[in-house]
Design a protein around this ligand. Structure first.
Ligand SMILES: [Mg+2]
Length: 436
């Protein structure tokens, strides 16, 4: 297998840099049925049973246990259509608990960092890493299972695309037990021949159809497509995929975490909102949450965008309203941001509509210390910062929402439906699991 040589630097006790030259391969680690696996960790009674996790507002299925897959429950199955089936087959239904999944995802990421310094978090349940040759995929899988408790599939190859294809095989073919090293030469071609082209990373439905029309049905066919054909019928992305299949790495690991460009907080309501008072609560909550997020990253925002809208698919009059405003000086203050958001809301709100969604977007983000100061501001910035620091400290210590801005309201009848949500086992003290 073609392997890359990489130099890694570490620092020893005497502050001397040490270079490690290692042979590396690309590995893709994908958590199996991630949301279900997280739930099972804290509710072992779910093990061995068919389990599904639902999307926001308990809309449709977004994660399934193997048992549920075997019963024939498809991805995105709408809950209301499958309710009777779930009952009949004793399928355990859960609302999504993103606080738990996010925390477990970070734990997996941190554990992976101990295997390789070069890592790209690709999604909540997938990471690419440059795996040093001496670390076996099997070891990785076993360690993650032992220390975090999450089952994963490991695919290894000489490029990201081949690692992703290997991961697909590890997961979907018998005989790999969750770890697949992409072979080389004729053996690789044999395997790629059995893999439909639409299952390859980066090939969407449109391209799959186009390729199929030209007689390219499996991944091996695509691998041996000529550059000139690819340039004519696909584009540079398609060409890169083909080169990667041929073993030439064209996609780097995006290690550098991209700086946030926006902080978005938006939600579909559990039921429609018709009056301004209730909408004010929702918008206050979103503004406060968005500001909390930028404070956590030590950023400030200079622009605010708010929107409210009715459901596109429901009957009755539809409307989509939004408003943009700029702060006189960049801020991360929850009170300032919430006040501005409410002012904007009052300007755009129209009676007579059944609103189903609202959101607040903060943009123009920059580092807190780099922000320009408004000479004419009367606001006591220091006092405000101290207040927000105390606000965040209390919420970190006692759980989110322990203190909030008054206009957020208490009852929150518009809040999204999550009837079957598990507790936040790992992020809230009062949700800690009890052991008897
Ligand atoms: Mg997964």
């Amino acid at each position: 297998m073609l392997e890359e040589l990489r130099v890694f630097w570490t620092v020893n006790d005497e502050n001397t840099f040490i270079a490690h030259i290692l042979m590396v391969q690309y590995a893709l680690i994908d958590c199996n049925n991630f949301y279900v696996s997280c739930e099972r960790l804290f509710a072992p009674k779910l093990c061995g049973k068919p389990v599904v996790v639902l999307s926001n507002n308990d809309g449709c299925v977004i994660s399934r246990s193997n048992e549920a897959k075997k019963l024939g429950v498809p991805m995105t199955a709408p809950e209301f259509k499958w309710r009777a089936f779930f009952k009949q087959h004793n399928v355990q239904v859960l609302s999504s608990n993103y606080e738990l999944y996010g925390d477990m995802s970070n734990r997996v990421y941190r554990a992976l960092q101990s295997f390789s310094p070069t890592i790209e978090k690709y999604s909540i349940d997938e990471s690419f890493l440059l795996l040093p040759r001496h670390i076996k995929g099997k070891t990785l899988k076993e360690e993650l299972h032992q220390h975090i408790g999450i089952p994963v599939s490991v695919g290894v190859g000489s490029t990201k695309t081949l690692a992703k294809a290997a991961n697909y095989l590890a997961k979907n073919r018998k005989g790999y037990s969750g770890v697949c090293y992409m072979p080389t030469g004729a053996v690789q071609d044999e395997i790629l021949y059995t893999m439909p082209v639409k299952k390859l990373w980066g090939i969407g439905r449109k391209w799959a159809r186009k390729l199929s029309d030209h007689g390219i049905k499996n991944v091996r066919d695509l691998k041996y497509t000529s550059d000139s054909w690819a340039k004519k019928h696909l584009n540079v992305v398609g060409l890169r995929i083909i080169h990667e299949l041929q073993g030439t790495p064209c996609l780097n690991l995006e290690e550098v975490v991209q700086k946030r460009k926006h902080s978005i907080c938006t939600q579909s309501f559990g039921r429609t909102v018709v009056d301004l008072a209730e909408m004010k609560e929702a918008v206050s909550t979103f503004a406060s949450t968005a500001s909390e997020r930028i404070r956590r990253q030590n950023l400030t925002a200079s622009l605010l965008h708010i929107f409210i809208s009715t459901n596109r698919h429901s009957k009755g009059p539809k409307i989509n309203l939004s408003y943009d405003t700029a702060f006189s000086e960049p801020t991360s203050s929850g009170t300032v941001i919430t006040k501005s958001a409410l002012k904007c809301l009052e300007l755009i709100f129209q009676k007579g509509y059944k609103y189903s969604k609202a959101g607040v977007i903060l943009s123009g983000l920059e580092n807190n210390h780099a922000s320009q100061i408004d000479l004419f501001s009367h606001r006591d910035k220091k006092k405000d910062e101290a207040l927000m620091a105390a606000f965040d400290q209390i919420n970190t210590h006692y759980g989110r929402g322990s203190v909030k801005i008054g206009s957020e309201g208490i009852q929150k009848p518009w809040v999204m439906k999550r009837e079957f949500k598990s507790p936040n086992y790992t992020t809230r003290f009062n949700a800690l699991k009890e052991v008897h």
